[in-house]
Design a protein. Structure first.
Length: 860
């Protein structure tokens, strides 16, 4: 039997023919009376069962016999089945299998089956009725069952009036299961990660290890999606093996007894991991990759067998669906230059078969592999009948790792390698472009192979580009790229993209005692990804939060008239020459910024308490002063585990003017903040991490203005269109980190600006008016444009590392566009007091905010 894409109709027909045995109509249906007679033939002492039965585990000892008089669902109560415990099971009733729920079931749930001294000791046997071939269809469920060594289930091979007997093993509790010297003979279906209740299959993610075990003479073996079957010196004899989940370890898959080789089929998402450390998974038969399938192979260039091997005796078809991930074996101890030398001077056979139908096998450089290595096929699988891998060394190329990081960011990861060109003949020119994306930290290479034919000599041309097609324009650089560039420039002692690296070069000593060059040459692809967790981007992100806090303060002060950015104000304003007021405002908000083009996302929170007083007041407006306290925090940066907190004091002046229907307001102020930063740096290979802490100051100033025109649409409803503008500037002082291991930075002083203009409207509707007070329902909506963010989508800072020199770091801002809306109540208390309560939300180009606030003023 041969399996493959070019014979898929035959393969699937064969597979479905096997499954049809489960659903075909039985020739006869044995009546209960006849079944009773056959149970009688078993003699006295037989447990007769029908309908629903529950067995106590103690009833398995001494070995017992159970005979089903009609369709029966048997459940074994939780408990321990002794070492000599077993049931011989007879079911002389057989079924019309089109009625899927009308078959027997034997279910073990949460049982512990004790070990036996001798291999092959049954705890369950399914047998034909005496002098007949009658055995009714049965589902056997083992759900969260612990099975000791040397235990067995023996079934009778499906044939004639002996119907299917399916064995399901599942872990409903998600606890791994390990069975040693466990045998199952003659199952129609052996399924891992699934159980069957009244004809309905239920998937349950299961990790099952079979050690020194065997599944013999099976019709179908199945590992469902989300589950894993681990083999440890185990043999499975099965006509078909259907892999939707994972298969790993050392073992052999043979064909069903008397049926030749097995037919091994995988579907999309299947994963094969030969060996436990270096080892072999043998398939005696044909293998068809009928969907995107992953092969994970561990490599050790110093071992006698240098790679985990998938060894297939027959043909492999659908090879263009195969992605091979290459990992370094945990037993290999080489590092740095020694590791690179070992790998480039070896080749690795990761798959072998009678034949391959395609050379387009995708190679992925796994997270444990040295980041300086590039994989390629040493020979075409269609010619050599094996997937053989070789490596090249890129460590002498200074730009290799920075370029690799850029490619990972732009493509999402994944390194594809197309095999060497092969001369072939085809009737028409063809072009194949193959790309792959994987979550494994790797670099993607896109290769185009074009084959043409002429009347004399066939030719093949191959071109390769390591620059993927960009779907969006990235920033000039990202903090991750900048840091890796600085490390690479330091090791190579040459500038890269304007970054000079550390002046001490690669011989500088790291915190762990190794040199920078030792650490650089030992980097794995996983380490390369981890560099994205130890840079200083959050300091530039913190500038965004500081500007947002200034905007929040300005908005709170500007609430002297309605339509603010964050909190509403439509309070009853008392306008007479004697009507100066004191006021108190408390507000807070939470927001987030979504990083774009490789920049990080982060959350922040801001709270402020502001007090103010009118210095001058008349029926035309007021002039006053304010002061307050603010707190801000930034955390949950999505790439770097860093948080900032700041306590701020601020003061300023404001003014309001009421002229006919015009409503004018302006404010300006200064703020000082004391900031603390904490970043948890993980170790990156030989580079040591640690908790980097810093204290630094920041200063800020702002001015804002707003003009509105009140339109009384009715006696109870007023609409006020307005225009607003503001400018904010922040000076962030120098920060010197300590405690961060090899990733301490001096963050240079930096500045940032925000120039906003906005248009909007607010409205007010009377709710009630009494002699003692009034209340209004108010709302607003506005659009703001940040001209600074429009000109530059990110904030830039400069940092210096004692090891890696000086380089830039970039952080995301909130974006150029913002839409804000809110709703609240305002009112007056007597003739002197006014209050406001409200909530508001903003949708920024790169995030969102939600806030709430309260305000109270008193005339004196």
């Amino acid at each position: 039997m041969r399996l493959g894409n070019n014979k898929s109709a035959v393969n699937r027909a064969g597979f479905h023919a096997a499954t049809l045995v489960f659903t075909a109509t039985a020739a006869t249906f044995l009546a209960p009376a006849a079944a009773n007679a056959k149970c009688d033939a078993l003699g006295a002492g037989v447990l007769r069962a029908s309908g629903s039965e529950r067995l106590d585990p103690s009833s398995f000892t001494p070995s017992s016999v159970i005979c089903l008089e009609r369709r029966t669902e048997i459940v074994v109560s939780p408990g321990t089945i002794p070492a000599d415990g077993a049931y011989d099971y007879y079911s002389p009733v057989f079924f019309d299998l089109k009625r899927a729920s009308k078959v027997n079931s034997f279910t073990f749930i949460g049982n512990s089956i004790e070990s036996a001294p001798s291999p092959g000791t049954n705890f369950l046997r399914l047998l034909q009725a005496p002098a007949t071939d009658d055995l009714g269809a049965t589902w056997i469920n083992l759900i969260d069952v612990g099975i000791g060594a040397n235990r067995a289930i023996t079934l009778t091979e499906q044939s004639g009036d002996t119907q299917f007997q399916n064995v399901y093993i599942a872990s409903a509790s998600s606890s791994p299961l390990t069975y040693t010297s466990f045998t199952v003979a003659n199952p129609s279906l052996f399924a891992v990660g699934q159980y069957n209740i009244v004809g309905q299959n239920f998937d349950s993610a299961t990790e099952l290890t079979l050690k020194d075990s065997s599944i013999s003479n099976a019709l179908i073996t199945s590992v469902v999606a989300g589950s894993e079957l681990k083999l440890d010196n185990t043999t499975i004899d099965t006509r078909f093996f259907k892999l939707d989940g994972k298969l790993s370890g050392n073992g052999t898959i043979n064909g069903k007894t008397g049926a030749g080789g097995t037919g091994f089929l995988t579907s999309a998402g299947a994963e094969i991991r030969p060996g436990n450390s270096i080892g072999t998974l043998s398939i005696n038969g044909d293998m068809s990759f009928q969907g995107a399938t992953s092969l994970v192979s561990e490599l050790d260039p110093t071992a006698s067998q240098t790679a985990d091997l998938l060894d297939v005796s027959g043909d492999i078809t659908g090879a263009d669906n195969l992605t091979a991930t290459l990992e370094k074996d945990s037993g290999y101890s080489g590092a740095g230059a020694t590791e690179i030398s070992d790998f480039i001077n070896s080749t690795f056979v990761i798959a072998r078969a009678g034949s391959f139908d395609s050379d387009s096998v995708t190679l992925v450089e796994g997270s444990s592999l040295n980041a300086h290595l590039s994989a390629s096929l040493a020979s075409p699988p269609t010619q050599t009948s094996q997937v053989e891998v070789k490596f090249s060394d890129n460590s002498p190329t200074p730009t290799f790792l920075p370029t690799k990081v850029k490619t990972i960011q732009q493509t999402g990861g994944g390194k594809q390698v197309i095999p060497p060109p092969v001369t072939t003949t085809t009737t028409t020119p063809t072009a194949t472009v193959t790309t792959t994306t994987t979550t494994t930290p790797t670099v993607t290479t896109t290769t185009t192979t074009t084959t043409t034919t002429n009347t004399t000599t066939p030719t093949t041309t191959t071109t390769t580009s390591t620059v993927p097609t960009q779907t969006t324009k990235p920033p000039v650089s990202t903090p991750w790229v900048d840091l890796v560039t600085a490390v690479s420039a330091t090791h190579n002692e040459t500038p890269i993209d304007g970054v000079s690296g550390g002046s001490g070069g690669g011989n500088q000593i790291l915190a762990g005692g190794n040199t920078v060059s030792d650490g650089y040459l030992s980097l794995t692809n996983g380490d390369l990804i981890t560099f994205n967790e130890v840079h200083a981007e959050p300091y530039s992100s913190n500038l965004t939060v500081g500007l947002e806090h200034l905007d929040h303060i300005a908005a709170s002060v500007m609430n002297r008239i309605s339509g603010s950015h964050d909190v509403l104000d439509k309070a009853n304003q008392v306008r007479d020459a004697q009507g100066r007021a004191i006021w108190l405002d408390a507000s807070g908000l939470k927001g987030n910024v979504d990083g774009k083009d490789g920049l990080g996302s982060f959350n922040y929170s801001i709270a402020s308490v502001i007090g103010g007083a009118d210095l001058l007041a008349s029926d035309q407006g007021s002039v006053g002063a304010f002061a307050g306290y603010g707190y801000q925090r930034m955390d949950e940066h999505d790439t770097v585990d860093q948080s900032f907190s700041a306590q701020s004091g601020f003061a300023g002046l404001y003014g309001t003017l009421y002229r006919d229907s015009w409503r004018l307001a302006a404010s300006g102020g200064y703020s000082y903040s004391a900031n603390k930063g904490k970043r948890n740096n993980p170790n990156v290979g030989l580079f040591t991490g640690g908790r980097a802490e810093s204290d630094f100051d920041s200063h800020a100033a702002f001015v804002a203005a707003k003009a509105g025109y009140e339109l009384p649409l009715t006696t109870q409803f007023k609409l006020t269109p307005f225009a607003a503008a503001s400018y904010a500037h922040i000076w962030q002082g120098e920060a010197r980190e300590t405690g961060g291991g090899d990733f301490n930075y001096t963050v240079h002083a930096a500045t940032a600006d925000a120039v906003l203009t906005g248009l909007g409207f607010d409205w007010a509707a009377d709710v009630w008016t009494t002699d003692t007070g009034t209340a209004k329902l108010v709302g607003f909506a506005r659009y703001d444009h940040d001209w600074s963010a429009s000109a530059d989508s990110a904030h830039d800072i400069t940092v210096t590392s004692d090891l890696f020199g000086t380089f830039n770091q970039t952080g995301q801002n909130r974006g150029a566009h913002s839409v804000t809306a809110g709703l609240g109540f305002v009112g007056s208390v007597g003739s002197a007091g006014a209050w406001r309560l409200g909530v508001a939300g903003a949708l920024n180009e790169h995030g969102e905010e939600i806030g709430a606030g309260a305000h109270f003023s008193w005339r004196f």
